[in-house]
Design a protein around this ligand. Structure first.
Ligand code: TXA
Ligand code: MG
Length: 330
């Protein structure tokens, strides 16, 4: 892979123009979105797809989301079903990706062998402006090395991708902190493939119904979900509050809304689920940098606001491992 000099720039109009020039020459630009930072390339150029997979070390069967600036552009990229149009009207611009049949504008290199395309219209002004100036849809997975927690600030993008991409647009911290909700709208029922910023309840309120894919069905519809995701280098252990647990040895970091179950070296205490989502990946990265030997994370209840999205990321990051149970609290 050719070595790049990575520049980190505040997204002035000049920096955005430089970004658009890079995108149009098939190169990659990390950009802030309201969910997490994305690693953007021209979604009509197969060379950009090749670079994205190479830079991230991403498995080739994991398709890339295509970012557009408006519904009209979405209609050029995919066949927007009536259900897709309803959801786009309700939640775009915003943290929702709609999986629809592809029209062939996006080369198959982006799509992991599928004949569908995931389309998202982000609300972040920097992402929107970059798409507008470039004049092409932008394919962008999260801007991390594959398997790692998604970056929610420019420093973290630099940590993973320095020397691999020419430009990072630094738009400050991402508002949501977790990736978009991915919904398959190729059939008559919307099917959630990944929980995220737009919750199950919000979708039901908008279109009256929704299913959540799991197990074999999820693997069939979204093959890329089989791979390791969101994991820091430090092991993550889940705490679900229902049983007494043992305190793991070492320098323990804790993240959760409730008081930690034992004394810890370091704790991050979001006030509510929204703040938990905002802080989760940032905390993983900070505790990794700060030398925690294990991260204990409180598992939120099912079905509450962003609780399902946080649960999904935690279960994947931990590989489903919980704290060891004990008869007496430590
Ligand atoms: O918030 C986000 O979605 C961020 C920002 C940058 O937009 N992007 C992001 O991309 O999280 P990535 O590549 O890390 O995750 C994309 C997810 C994967 O789970 C992938 O399998 C799914 O979307 N996906 C994309 N296109 C799909 C398709 N055609 N069918 C099924 N799943 C798809
Ligand atoms: Mg990702």
């Amino acid at each position: 892979m050719e070595r790049e000099i990575t520049r980190v720039l505040t997204p002035s109009e000049g920096a955005l123009r430089l970004g658009a020039d890079l995108i149009l020459s098939g190169r990659l630009v990390a950009m802030p979105t309201e969910t997490v930072y994305g690693l953007g390339g021209d979604a009509t150029n197969p060379e950009a797809a090749r670079r994205i997979f190479q830079v991230k070390g991403r498995p080739l069967d994991n398709p890339i989301i295509v970012h557009v600036s408006c519904s009209e552009e979405a209609r050029e990229v995919g066949r927007m079903t009536p259900l897709a149009e309803d959801l786009a009207r309700a939640f775009w611009p915003g943290p929702l990706t709609l999986v629809v049949p592809s029209r062939g504008v996006v080369p198959r290199e982006f799509l992991g062998g599928l004949d569908t395309v995931g389309i998202r219209c982000p609300s972040h002004p920097v992402a929107r402006r970059l798409i507008e100036i470039s004049g092409v849809p932008i394919g962008a997975p999260s801007a991390n090395r594959s398997g790692r927690p998604s970056p929610t600030d420019a420093l973290t993008v630099l940590e993973d991708l320095e020397g691999l991409i020419p430009l990072i647009l630094d738009g400050g911290p991402c508002e949501v902190g977790l990736e978009s909700t991915v919904v398959d709208v190729t059939g008559s029922e919307p099917v959630i493939l990944r929980q995220g910023g737009v919750t199950e309840r919000m979708i039901v309120q908008a279109v009256g119904r929704v299913q959540v894919a799991a197990g074999e069905e999820l693997l069939r519809r979204s093959p890329g979900t089989r791979h390791r995701h969101y994991a820091p280098e430090v092991p993550v252990l889940l705490w679900d509050r229902s049983v007494p647990v043992q305190c793991p040895p070492g320098r323990v970091g804790y993240v959760g809304i409730s008081d930690p179950p034992f004394e810890v070296a370091w704790s991050v205490r979001p006030r509510d689920l929204r703040e938990y989502a905002f802080l989760l990946f940032r905390t993983f990265r900070e505790m990794e940098r700060g030398g925690a030997s294990v991260i204990v994370a409180e598992l939120p209840e099912r079905g509450e606001a962003l609780g399902d999205a946080i649960r999904d990321r935690l279960i994947r990051a931990s590989g489903g491992r919980g704290l060891a149970k004990s008869r007496s609290r430590c």
